[in-house]
Design a protein around this ligand. Structure first.
Ligand SMILES: [Zn+2]
Length: 212
């Protein structure tokens, strides 16, 4: 099967967070499985993102894509590094990232390249919190995860919440669905339409195959 690639351009910035070490896993998982900093999505997701593009340009914004298609093997490795429930979907088949039907995104000022402010960083699973959790200190991390939820409405964060609302409305207008506990994550509706996608490298070429 074919997935569509999104490359950095005047509307999109591809910066896959698991293609580096600045994440809670502290290891370049996408590099290890051969995907690297490459952003693939299914055709329907591609179409939705193209619909967002003119809206972004009108506002002088870009969409930064921090995760998209995730190879099931990468998901399995992530689960092995962080086996605690609640971090990653229990099985790859349950993560829409492994079906190429989900993206993790935020907004960036197109002129400066700066991320707009949101209640927390995308994903929020930083090396700092990895250390904290590894040492059994959960409280600060749990508080931090509250900021990932749409229910976080601290009046002091009004400007950040306005950016969160803007992102949500742009993505929903294009036909995507928000996730209540992660402001940066957007799914295609009707998820049963999209099979899990296996990834392999054959003679240096990326091959994707739908899991039956
Ligand atoms: Zn996600």
């Amino acid at each position: 099967m074919e997935l569509k690639e999104i490359k950095s351009n005047e509307v999109f910035t591809v910066d896959m967070m698991y293609a580096g070490t600045n994440n809670m896993l502290r290891t370049n998982i996408y590099g290890r499985v051969g995907l690297g900093n490459r952003c693939f999505v299914c055709a329907d997701m591609y179409a939705c993102l193209q619909k967002v593009a003119p809206q972004l340009q009108q506002r002088g914004l870009k969409l930064k894509i921090c995760d998209a298609y995730r190879p099931p093997l990468a998901h399995q490795m992530m689960k092995e590094i962080i086996p605690m429930p609640g971090f990653f979907a229990a099985e790859a088949i349950r993560s829409q990232h492994c079906h190429a039907s989900a993206v993790d995104v935020c907004l960036v000022n197109a002129a400066t390249g700066q991320e707009l402010d949101f209640p927390c960083k995308v994903d929020a699973y930083t090396p700092y919190f990895a250390e904290e959790v590894a040492n059994g200190r959960w409280e600060e991390f749990r508080n931090h995860l509250e900021k990932a939820k749409y229910s976080w409405n601290n009046p002091q964060d009004a400007a950040k919440i306005a950016n969160r609302s803007l992102l949500r409305s742009l993505m929903e207008q294009s036909g995507l669905q928000a996730l209540e506990h992660e402001w940066w994550h957007f799914n295609l509706p009707d998820k049963d339409k999209y099979p899990m996608v296996e990834f392999s490298l054959v003679d240096g070429q990326f091959c994707f195959s739908a899991q039956k």
